[in-house]
Design a protein around this ligand. Structure first.
Ligand code: FE2
Ligand code: FE2
Length: 286
């Protein structure tokens, strides 16, 4: 397992106050850089943002060479996470693994106002030219101690944020999108415990944390990413905050689709353990 990790936020909805030239867009992309006892390094990227441009720009600002990435994982199908896949493949310059839930390849539609595909803006055939596709509902150990969680069971059904108005296409026609494909990364850090890196947490961040603990066999201490509580009730946000506490989470570094109201409530519950994520932010564990 990694002795230490550095997490680089390459794309977020907010560019922060302090990083000159950092670009933001509605989207998320986070790089996990793990260091091992033998001196080796593994780099796994979760998601690619929406357009690819902030990803390339912000990697340059942080001094990150995207061609050194070992593998990519996709948290779920949505365009604000998968939209940069084509640009990223060009920057990486070789066919690296792309780990994803098989349902992430299904279309996802919103009615706004006409039927619009908000899933992956790239065909599966093109995707498999660019990447070595690894479709899995089961956890995948991408690099030592770094796991893609695969299917996230709804242990706490009442803590799944609502995503009404989205549909997926099946052989029976349009059906409500239930974020079956939503997943996350979990990293086991020596002497610290688990760190979860999540895209939108449509399956509920408490469910993701519970699944990560199960897969890692250790408590999750920190969560980095988007929590999609942007249209949730105060009750759901408060219940999520106390469940995360109960599960042992001490640190939250969140942004993207978490929502202002949720960030305020979470900051009151987690106090100095809470911080807001932004493009070009680097976080080190331990
Ligand atoms: Fe998102
Ligand atoms: Fe999403």
């Amino acid at each position: 397992m990694p002795k230490s990790i550095r997490i680089h936020v390459l794309v977020d909805d907010w560019s922060g106050y302090n990083t000159r030239g950092a670009l933001a867009e509605h989207g998320l992309s986070i790089l996990v850089e793990a260091r091992y006892g033998d001196g080796s390094i593994a780099r796994v990227l979760l998601d690619t943002g929406q357009s690819g441009a902030p990803l390339i720009n912000n990697a340059r600002i942080l001094g990150i060479d995207l061609s050194s990435i070992d593998a990519v994982a996709l948290s779920h199908c949505h365009y604000d996470h998968s939209g940069g896949l084509e640009t990223l493949a060009r920057a990486v310059g070789r066919r690296v693994p792309l780990v994803l839930h098989p349902a992430a390849l299904h279309p996802c539609y919103a009615l706004r106002p006409a039927l619009t595909n908000i899933g992956m803006p790239i065909e599966q055939r093109r995707l498999s030219e660019l990447y070595e596709l690894v479709k899995s509902e089961k956890p995948v150990e991408i690099a030592p101690g770094i796991y893609f969680l695969g299917h996230v069971p709804r242990y706490f059904e009442d803590l799944v944020p609502s995503i009404e108005g989205l549909y997926t296409a099946t052989s029976k026609g349009l059906e409500p999108y239930a974020a079956e494909d939503d997943s996350a990364l979990a990293i086991d850090v020596e002497g610290l415990g688990g760190v979860v890196v999540t895209g939108c947490s449509h399956s509920g961040v408490a469910n993701i944390v519970a699944r990560a603990s199960e897969v890692l066999g250790s408590d999750v201490k920190a969560v980095v990413g988007g929590l999609h509580l942007v249209s949730s009730t105060r009750e759901l946000i408060e219940a999520t905050a106390s469940k995360l506490r109960e599960l042992g989470v001490e640190k939250l570094i969140v942004g993207h689709c978490t929502g202002f109201e949720a960030e305020k409530i979470l900051s009151e519950v987690f106090k100095e353990g809470f911080s807001k994520m932004h493009s070009c932010l680097t976080i080190s564990f331990p």
